[in-house]
Design a protein around this ligand. Structure first.
Ligand code: SF4
Length: 314
């Protein structure tokens, strides 16, 4: 097996900082989902890896690239990283050499139903769980899971995990036009998110790269409208902007305050959403301290000063 494509990066990820990636399936796609939006080519789903790296091989490669400028070591794969059967041992070995660097996994959540995976993920410093849909029919249409995966059980485990996990927990929802972007599904997702505890951030995104199947994403404006449907207590963040179309809309001062009150936005969000005149008035609101900046994880949000004082109800 090729060794030189196990480690990739470091990539300066806006969401997670300077990230050094470990690809646990460098040779080809091995996944228990076959998502419509996957940036990898379509492939038959599997429930275990057939092509398995040795832990020592990964550690040897990691040692060559690890340095103190790396914020996170990200466990990922061409496919689903939790299918790697030696994940627990790998995490233990990384812990021995990582020093201050944190560990992160990007997973589709399905394997949380396996006790050993669930327990291994508890050991990581950061976990990002994807949850695109909670209704069985929509989940099956978007994520096209391996036959024995049951979304109700996955959701149950995501909730349980959030209650026990001590690290930084992120949730990601990727919206596909005409599938999980309905009011009804957003309402169901919202209900599940409100049951989670200790979530650092919920990233809402859409298709940013050419998808495996002929599906289309939703616009930045649609993502923003969806973000407003979620409960205001949730730490929602609009993550998809690579091909985001600027919205360039005019907002009055009152509309700026109301918008940011309902959903704090980052500078990048603001660049996409507001027109130039609105941005100038936003700066004035910051100068007059009607708006303040608040850092959550690696991101800086603009938020009305009044909002910080108010205790939010879940
Ligand atoms: S879970 Fe990730 S790797 Fe697997 S099919 Fe979906 S997008 Fe692709």
């Amino acid at each position: 097996m090729e060794k030189n494509n196990i480690i990739f990066g470091p990539i300066n990820s806006r969401r997670f900082g300077m990230s050094l990636g470990i690809d646990l399936s460098p040779a080809f796609k091995q996944c228990n989902f076959d998502c419509l939006y996957c940036e990898l080519a379509p492939a038959a789903t599997v429930d275990k890896q057939n092509d398995v790296l040795e832990v020592q091989t990964i550690i040897d490669e990691l040692k060559k690239h690890l340095n103190d400028k790396i914020d996170v070591i990200t466990l990922t794969a061409n496919g689903e990283p939790t299918l790697y059967p030696k994940l627990d041992k790998l995490i233990n070995e990384i812990d021995k050499i990582k020093a201050q660097t944190e560990t992160l996994i990007l997973t589709n959540s399905a394997n949380l139903v396996n006790e050993s995976t669930f327990n291994s993920l508890l050991k990581l410093d950061q976990v990002k769980l994807s949850l695109d849909a909670v209704s069985d029919d929509i989940f099956k249409k978007i994520d096209r899971p391996y036959s024995n995966i049951n979304i109700d059980k996955v959701v149950e485990k995501v909730i349980e995990f959030s209650k026990i996990y001590k690290g930084k927990l992120f949730i990601e929802i990727l919206f596909v036009h005409g599938l999980n972007d309905t009011k009804d599904e957003v309402k169901r997702l919202n209900k599940v998110l409100l049951e989670l505890e200790h979530i650092q951030r919920v990233d809402l995104g859409s298709i940013d790269r050419p998808p495996a199947y002929p599906v289309v994403g939703i616009s930045y404006k649609e993502l923003h409208d969806i973000s407003l449907m979620f409960d205001a207590s949730l730490p929602i963040h609009i993550a998809s902007r690579i091909h985001a179309e600027p919205n360039n809309s005019y907002y009055s001062n009152e509309e700026i305050i109301n918008t940011l009150d309902k959903r704090p936005l980052t500078k990048d969000d603001i660049d996409l959403l507001f027109d130039d005149e609105t941005k100038i008035r936003l700066e004035k609101l910051i100068e007059s301290e009607k708006l303040v900046k608040k850092t959550v994880g690696n991101l800086e949000f603009y938020i009305p000063e009044n909002n910080l004082k108010r205790k939010r109800q879940k």
